[in-house]
Design a protein around this ligand. Structure first.
Ligand SMILES: *Cc1c(COP(=O)(O)O)cnc(C)c1O
Length: 389
């Protein structure tokens, strides 16, 4: 039974990955050694960003990015309700307040029309956001050029949550290049496109943000001569300039990450192939396949279908449970963040973001990962056909 269970996501580890990790274990550095810089340079070169800062998770990366942007008490962070809770929580970590912008009913990304309307209203009420966090849901980029135009008009910073989207493109350029944003974050959790076990990275083209991120990752400490405000006491001297954290990634993880980067394009190519097979073979079923904007090329972290419940005669939950019982590891991305008990206690209510809520009532994430075979995918499709029949 367990051997025939098809999960919704799974990492792919080769002997080359294992060798890269073992090499670090046998070296002088388990952390803060040369593997970190190599991984950062590899991701920066791939995306076209000037800098990358590797950390122990994407959650840490988002938190540090908000701190580097100066987010704090009295400020607002806005994000999508259709995301993992971390995209919103990091605003609260900084003592800021969090609000949401409803989603586009086709892409399931933050809607730029809703954003524009909410900004106009917030300007009138003098509570404009300091940071907006667009989430590239399932690996498809948001309409980031339009968000950038709004940022120029209203003066907020853009922090892209690209946890799903390493390997994706927008207007022909890699997500993470930073053409239209201040900072971009990737996640390397095992279900994401590439993995370091746990891990994340912040990309930026802005040197002053880069310097801050480097310090925030290690307790707010610097050894760089040009940042010293006190005369050096001697070669032992280091200086704490702000209240930082210990969010460092290990060299063991970074070596795995660099090795995985060798196969990023291969991973994404297979995910695209599997997504195209789903598109093709799910035709005619009472569901909506993921719509893709022509300016985007998704990395396909997730493949989400929306059930046509009106014509089904079965509930969302019944379909979900039938698939799970048949050994298909379907999942649901995401329960709208504002409906979580913690956020309801802050004053959010069901009904606040109707598109995200409607989407949640119909969505199911089908298995999608590099190692999924055609035969396994055909089984998913066959079971789905039977359940929806
Ligand atoms: C996975 C994920 C995160 C958090 O990533 P971690 O590396 O697990 O901290 C944040 N945002 C989104 C959209 C995610 O999918």
């Amino acid at each position: 039974m367990t051997s025939s269970y098809i999960p919704y996501g799974k990492q792919s580890i080769t002997q080359a990955d294992i060798d890269a990790v073992v090499e670090v274990l046998q070296s002088d550095w388990l952390t803060q050694g040369p593997a970190i810089a190599r991984f950062e340079q590899t991701v920066a070169a791939y995306t076209g960003a000037a800098h990358g800062v590797a950390v122990n998770s994407a959650t840490s990366a988002l938190h540090m990015a908000c701190l580097a942007l100066g987010l704090g008490p009295g400020d607002w962070l806005w994000t999508s309700p259709n995301t993992f809770v971390a995209s919103a929580n990091v605003g609260l970590y900084c003592g800021a307040q969090v609000d949401f912008v409803d989603i586009d009913p086709r892409t399931y990304n933050l809607s730029v029309e809703c954003l524009a309307a909410k900004l106009a209203q917030a300007e009138a009420e003098q509570r404009l956001p300091k940071v907006v966090v667009p989430v590239h849901f399932a690996g498809q980029s948001c309409n980031i050029a339009t968000i950038h135009r709004l940022a120029q008009r209203y003066g907020f910073a853009i922090l892209e949550d690209a946890s799903h989207a390493i390997g994706a493109t927008y207007q022909g350029e890699a997500v993470g290049c930073g053409r239209f944003s201040d900072l971009t974050v990737f996640s390397f959790h095992p279900v994401k496109i590439i993995t370091t076990g746990e891990g994340g990275m912040v990309m930026t083209n802005r040197p002053e943000l880069y310097e801050k991120l480097i310090r925030l990752r290690t307790h707010g400490i610097t050894r760089e001569a040009h940042l010293m405000t006190e005369p050096s006491h001697g070669p032992w001297y280091y200086q704490q300039l702000e209240l930082g954290l210990n969010y460092r990634m290990t060299d063991i993880q970074a070596a795995l990450g660099t090795s995985q980067m060798d196969r990023l394009d291969t991973f994404v190519a297979r995910r695209r192939e599997l997504a195209a097979r789903y598109d093709d073979r799910l035709q005619g079923l009472p569901l909506t396949c993921p719509w893709q904007h022509p300016e985007t090329q998704s990395s396909w972290h997730l493949y989400v279908v929306r059930l046509h419940l009106d014509s089904l005669g079965k509930s969302h939950r019944q379909v979900f449970e039938s698939l799970r019982q048949a050994g298909i590891g379907v999942n649901l991305h995401y329960i709208p963040v504002h409906t979580q008990p913690y956020y309801q206690a802050l004053g959010f209510q069901w009904g606040d973001f109707p598109q995200a809520e409607q989407y949640y009532r119909e969505a199911i994430s089908l298995p999608l990962y590099y190692g999924l075979t055609d035969a396994e995918q055909d089984r998913v499709i066959q079971v789905l056909q039977e359940v929806l029949a």
